[in-house]
Each structure stands twice: as C-alpha cells, then as structure tokens.
Design a protein around this ligand. Structure first.
Ligand code: GLN
Length: 264
C-alpha cells in the first residue's frame, strides 16, 4: 500500500515539471512499477518530459496493445479516426482486401485494420529498419503476423501499379518551424522523420498522393491523416492526383483529421 503523502509528492514532482495530467500519468506508472524505487525512477524520467509511452514501453491503440520505443511515433488517439474512416467506407468485412500502410511506424494503422477484417492481408512499409522491427513485434504480439508483411521502402517506390484495394498513411505533416514549438515529449523524444513535413508540412503529400493513386486498383480507396489546418490544401492535392469522392473526416476534438478518396 502506497501512502498518500508519497503519492502527493510524486504528483507534485510531475506538476512542477509542467505535466498537466500528473495524477493520470502517476496512475499508469504505479500500475507498471514493481516497487517504490521503480516508481521513483519512472517519475523522474517523466518529470524530464520523456513520453509516458517510452517509459511504459507500450501504448493502447484501437483494440490493440502496441510496443512503443523512440524509433516509432507513439500512436495517437486521433489516428483512430483514420481506422474508423476506412471501416465506414469499406463495409465488406469479409473481403480479401489487399492493404498497404506507407510509413507504418509501430504498425498501428495496418494492424488495427487487419484486426477488423479477418480475410485482409497487408503490407507495412517504412524507410526505418528499426521502426519495422517494432512493427513486426507488434504484429506477433497481436496475433496478426500471418496476414502482415513488412518491408523497407521509400513511400510507394517498388510497389506495383494497380495492386491495392486500400492505401493508408499517417505521413509526417508538421511544418518544420512548428516542430520547434511543440511539447518537449514530441520535440525531443519522438522521431523527427515521422513528424517533419517540410516548410509548410505538405511536402510528403505532394509525393505520396500521386503514388497512392498509382498503386491502387481502380475502385480502390486511400485515406491519409492530415494536420488540422491542411484540409483544403490536401483535398486539392488529392483531386489533382486523380482521386474522386474526396471526403474529410474530423477527429473526436472536431478537427479535420483524415482525407479519403476513391480511384475511379
Ligand atoms: N499528430 C502528430 C502530432 O501532433 C503528428 C503526426 C504526424 O506528423 N503524422 O504530434
């Protein structure tokens, strides 16, 4: 039994480091730590603004439990909007869909989709070998490795034309200058390569959207996560790439978060 005074001290330590959700973070730490010494160590790490996901080593996403390290972007709740969008637009739950996730990171999006569609198979692509190692572990951990393949690659380079039913991505979309203004958890601890979208945050979409169009079958769909202020620009890029039925979905906070479209 941990006494209240000690708990209050840990919460105060976290609060004075600028952590708003101090009590909640402490609750997670208490569940993970074996003893008081371990709690002390974890609280000190958290007070230095290391992300809770790195300290705990995992993060829930959708219905999955995912391993997380500094090599991958920690899956965000907002990204579940992307999973929901795909589920709404593709209602044939049992279809043998062929999916690819470009810049898969922890594998979060791909694995969530595969967990919902029992006959779908998927490919997770990432330029980072160390990210792919985590994604593979996550496939095994969530019993999806028989339907998930992973390969290194630069976006859709080397992927055949007209080969996919669904192409998804949460590419880096933060404007480089904005990146410097984000919380230290993101700015100092998360992989830049997963966040930095160039001068206005749109660099990757310019390459990626025409590539998604190319690799999709006719009638195939794409869905990409976007920054809250990028909807107009990315819908225009999707149209320019040839997509039809372009739609915008909002996250739980009401912000524009996902652009989707159909290859006619
Ligand atoms: N939503 C993430 C953040 O705010 C950014 C993810 C991305 O660039 N794809 O930190």
């Amino acid at each position: 039994m941990i006494d209240a005074a000690r708990k209050a001290r840990w919460i105060a330590q976290l609060k004075s480091a600028g952590i708003d959700e101090a009590a909640l973070d402490l609750r997670h730490i208490l569940l993970a730590a074996a003893d008081d010494t371990a709690v002390d160590t974890m609280v000190t790490r958290r007070a230095s603004r290391e992300p809770l996901s790195h300290i705990l080593g995992d993060k829930p996403f959708w219905t999955l439990d995912l391993k997380v390290t500094p090599d991958v972007l920690t899956p965000r709740a907002d990204t579940e909007t992307l999973v929901e969008t795909c589920l709404k637009q593709i209602s044939s739950r049992n279809a043998a869909l062929r999916i690819a996730d470009f810049g898969t990171g922890s594998g979060a999006i791909l694995l969530a989709l595969l967990s919902e569609w029992p006959n779908a198979t998927g490919l997770g692509i990432d330029i980072s070998e160390s990210a792919l190692a985590i994604a593979m572990e996550n496939a095994v951990r969530n019993r999806l490795s028989d339907r998930a393949d992973f390969q290194t690659g630069n976006w859709a380079e080397g992927i055949s034309d007209n080969s996919l039913d669904l192409a998804v991505s949460n590419p880096p979309y933060i404007a480089s200058a904005v990146l410097e203004t984000l919380d230290p958890e993101v700015r100092e601890y998360e992989p830049r390569i997963a966040l930095d979208g160039g001068a206005n945050g749109l660099d990757i979409y310019r390459i990626l959207l025409p590539e998604l169009f190319r690799v999709l079958k006719s009638g195939g769909r794409m869905a990409v996560e976007i920054g809250y202020d990028q909807a107009e620009a990315i819908m225009a890029l999707a149209e320019k790439a040839g997509f039809a039925g372009i739609a915008l979905a909002r996250d739980l906070g009401g912000q524009p978060r996902v652009v989707s479209g159909l290859k006619p």
